[in-house]
Design a protein around this ligand. Structure first.
Ligand code: GLV
Length: 308
């Protein structure tokens, strides 16, 4: 019985060592050296191979190396194949760190100070206390809640929006489409951690920006396809939004003439907010494999109708 790994080869070596040490009964194979496909019961992948069902006829579970699973076209997968997202604590830690960094960068107007440094301008701007800065978290799943907890300890005024009702300590929670406008009107800094689904594709657009307080700021650590790039540039240029931090884009890497590379009040990073770490992800994955072998439910199993 084998697991096929198809992701970053550097981390592949770490995954291989972990399997060899802790789960020698599971043979670790690395794409594209798949050997006899009939042995492969588990696939651990970032970008899946094309035609999974035909190239891996004995596949029992598809494990994502990532928290997001939008890269899998579930319509092409057998309807009985479980798809499991990665619940690596290192992903949560990375997302929290990045959200805190982005929030502080925006809150403390670092986009102005980096420009001023280049211009040799020594000029202070007024300092808004954290308690007066309203941070809105779009997506209140486990990542959104972990971000809220750390931002709360810095004293920010927090709200969050999710599709289904949630209760989170210290966070004003909004749920459902009809509450979105009220949530947006209260968000000086909007952090998007939504999963990509047909409902969230393009959600960060001109009409949403118009509902934020004037001069609000955006952090996108969800998926690039949720953001309409031209609408963000327009919002920054007209002053509707003051600044943005963007870690994910629809086309990665963006074309060399993409306006995000150049914009003075936009910080662009290459999809690094969080990275799965084999050492912390392995116990989570192995626990799920053992659960599956015992016929028990796995953690992080994707609801195919919801898409996350
Ligand atoms: C990275 O983008 C992830 O989904 O884990």
């Amino acid at each position: 019985m084998a697991l096929l790994y198809k992701s970053d080869p550097v981390r592949g070596r770490r995954w291989r060592a972990l399997f060899a040490e802790h789960a020698p009964d599971i043979e670790f194979r690395e794409w594209p050296d798949i050997g006899d496909p009939a042995d492969i019961h588990y696939l651990l992948a970032w970008q899946p191979p094309a035609a999974i069902a035909t190239c891996l006829p004995e596949l029992e579970v598809l494990f994502a190396t990532s928290a997001g699973v939008d890269q899998f076209d579930v319509s092409t997968l057998p309807s009985t194949l479980p798809v499991v997202r990665m619940l690596d604590p290192a992903i949560e830690q990375g997302m929290v760190e990045y959200a805190l960094f982005g929030t502080l960068w925006l809150h403390r107007q670092m986009y102005d100070y980096t420009r001023q440094q280049r211009e040799r301008t020594w000029q202070a701007h007024s300092l808004v206390p954290a308690a007066q800065r309203r941070v809105g978290i779009l997506g209140l799943g486990h990542l959104g809640q972990a971000i809220a907890s750390q931002l709360g300890s810095l004293g920010f005024s927090l709200s969050g929006w999710s599709r289904r009702p949630r209760e989170v300590d210290g966070v004003t929670c909004y749920a459902g489409g009809e509450t979105l406008d009220r949530f947006l009107a209260d968000s000086d800094i909007l952090i998007c951690v939504l999963p990509l689904t047909e409902a969230t594709r393009g959600i960060l657009n001109r009409s949403l920006f118009a509902k934020l307080p004037a001069g609000a700021a955006l952090i996108n650590i969800g998926r690039g396809e949720q953001l309409v790039d031209a609408d963000l540039i327009e919002a920054l240029d007209t002053g509707r939004l003051s600044a943005a931090v963007v870690d994910v884009v629809g086309e990665e890497p963006p074309a060399s003439d993409h306006p995000f590379w150049q914009h003075e009040r936009l910080l662009l990073t290459p999809h690094i907010a969080a990275m799965t770490q084999p050492e912390t992800a392995f116990p989570v994955l192995l626990d799920n494999i053992r659960r599956h072998q015992r016929g028990e439910p796995m953690n992080g199993e994707v609801d195919r109708r919801r898409g996350y």
